[in-house]
Design a protein around this ligand. Structure first.
Ligand SMILES: NC(=O)c1ccc[n+]([C@@H]2O[C@H](COP(=O)([O-])OP(=O)(O)OC[C@H]3O[C@@H](n4cnc5c(N)ncnc54)[C@H](OP(=O)(O)O)[C@@H]3O)[C@@H](O)[C@H]2O)c1
Length: 232
């Protein structure tokens, strides 16, 4: 079945890979991203929009009002950088893009999906949601908040036994400009990440993590930092 799909944060990285994938599958795709798009395709339309800008809510509302039915939405917009204690404004920006942009999207998209009584929302979080990180505290904190929020909403929707679904996708490292760590164990390619997202589209699930082997590794780092915090 051909779907109408909205991708937020899709001009680069995993979002760009997913956009070409979904267009190749014959779906109707709308992209919202900070930059302009190079894609020229009859089934693609693009909205240049910063999710951290004051007009994001109205711009997304306008976009959603113009779509008769939204079948699928993926929130992929994200930023992260190494902490600079002299520039905490940059940390605030991370929350604005990763967290508040996602929260506003979740609100408007779920409102529409519940009204139409169908739809699947996929949020891209991170295995970093298991960490207390001195290197990028805002990134991990934003992903912790998103994972708990999306999984809580997904449980509530499941209890309602309705047809609207939320999946929280948690990646380890993926080979994009976002992955800046000096060592990136078990890094996925963009193609592998997109392939996994296609599996989640076919079989929605509350929590979907890849690569699985990274879960105990990140968990161990998380535990070490947690112990440092507790026994400081
Ligand atoms: N790569 C990894 O290792 C990894 C691991 C776990 C989770 N993730 C998550 O996966 C998602 C996608 O990341 P990625 O690796 O594909 O990163 P990416 O290559 O940097 O792509 C991020 C996309 O979001 C857009 N974007 C950034 N800020 C925006 C804003 N303020 N408003 C609108 N669009 C904005 C970017 O546009 P511009 O290019 O124009 O800035 C780009 O199209 C993120 O949520 C990230 O946290 C990534």
């Amino acid at each position: 079945m051909k779907k109408t799909v909205l991708l937020i944060g899709n001009t680069d990285g995993i979002g760009a890979e997913m956009t070409s994938d979904l267009l190749n599958q014959g779906h109707q795709v709308i992209g919202i991203s900070k930059s302009s798009s190079k894609i020229s395709h009859p089934n693609y339309s693009h909205i240049e929009q910063d999710v951290a800008a004051n007009n994001f809510r109205s711009s997304l509302h306008e976009c959603l009002s113009s779509i008769p039915q939204l079948d699928l939405c993926l929130y992929l917009a994200g930023i992260g950088r190494e902490l600079d204690l002299a520039d905490l404004k940059a940390e605030t920006k991370v929350f604005e893009v990763n967290l508040m942009g996602a929260v506003i999207t979740t609100e408007l998209v779920l409102e529409k999906m519940q009204l139409q009584n169908t739809g699947h929302f996929i949020g891209i979080s991170s295995l970093g949601d298991m960490l207390i990180s001195p290197e990028s505290p805002s990134y991990t904190a934003s992903k912790i908040a998103l994972s708990r929020y999306w999984e809580g909403l997904a449980l509530a929707l499941k209890d309602k036994k309705g047809p609207v679904k939320i999946s929280n996708v948690r990646f380890g490292f993926v080979d994009t400009k976002m992955a800046k760590a000096p060592v990136k164990p078990l890094q996925l390619t963009k193609k592998e990440a997109a392939q996994f997202l296609n599996e989640v589209i076919d079989r929605p699930r509350i929590r979907a993590s890849r690569p699985k082997l990274m879960i105990p590794l990140v968990g161990l780092v998380g535990l070490i930092n947690k112990l440092k915090v507790i026994f400081e």
